[in-house]
Design a protein around this ligand. Structure first.
Ligand code: ZN
Length: 179
């Protein structure tokens, strides 16, 4: 008997064809955005990607964007929560977007690492920047400058003030939660 490519349940009469085989009705509903798209030419890999992003969307639906700082952090003042999109670029790892209530925020601070290095026989001050968020059960890092760069550069200064903005807004949100 045939199995669903996605969830491996055995398929009976109702099944939907894709490029690599068949999927069950439940999975089809998820990967076809409620039966509005065909999957005939899609591979298993493509379907899995669609499935993942549809799950991310369902997380987002309980989140109403009020403010954001670049693509780094999102604030929902109505439901009193923040969302960290967890782009690979900023976290150094691949994580799903995560939502935390304002009330769970314990601390937020800018952390700078600084080193001195000889570049072309000149001493240079290098640094990297991250914002560390401490929650009741978790710690998250948002990397603004993940690799050491010149601290006198424009990019470094920009990211420095961006990091300070994040801390200010997170702390304000935290105070909102207490009221
Ligand atoms: Zn299935």
């Amino acid at each position: 008997m045939k199995e669903c490519l996605i969830c491996s349940t055995s398929l009976k009469l109702i099944k939907f064809k894709c490029a690599d085989g068949h999927v069950c009705k439940k999975c089809y509903e998820k990967v076809s955005s409620n039966f509005t798209q065909t999957i005939k030419t899609k591979t298993k890999e493509e379907l899995m990607t669609i499935l993942e992003s549809s799950q991310e969307e369902s997380v987002d639906s309980s989140f109403e964007l009020s403010r954001k700082i670049n693509q780094l952090i999102f604030f929902d003042d109505k439901n009193q929560q923040i969302c960290l999109p967890n782009h690979r670029k900023y976290t150094k790892e691949n994580l799903k977007p995560e939502i935390y209530p304002f009330a769970a925020i314990l601390n937020c601070q800018v952390v700078e690492d600084q080193i001195e290095r000889l570049v072309k026989k000149k001493k240079q001050q290098l640094g990297c920047i991250k914002v560390v968020l401490t929650f009741e059960n978790d710690t998250r890092e948002i990397w603004l400058i993940p690799n050491f760069i010149n601290r006198d550069s424009m990019a470094y200064k920009t990211m420095c003030s961006l990091a300070a903005n994040i801390v200010t807004e997170v702390k304000q949100s935290k105070e909102l939660a207490v009221c």
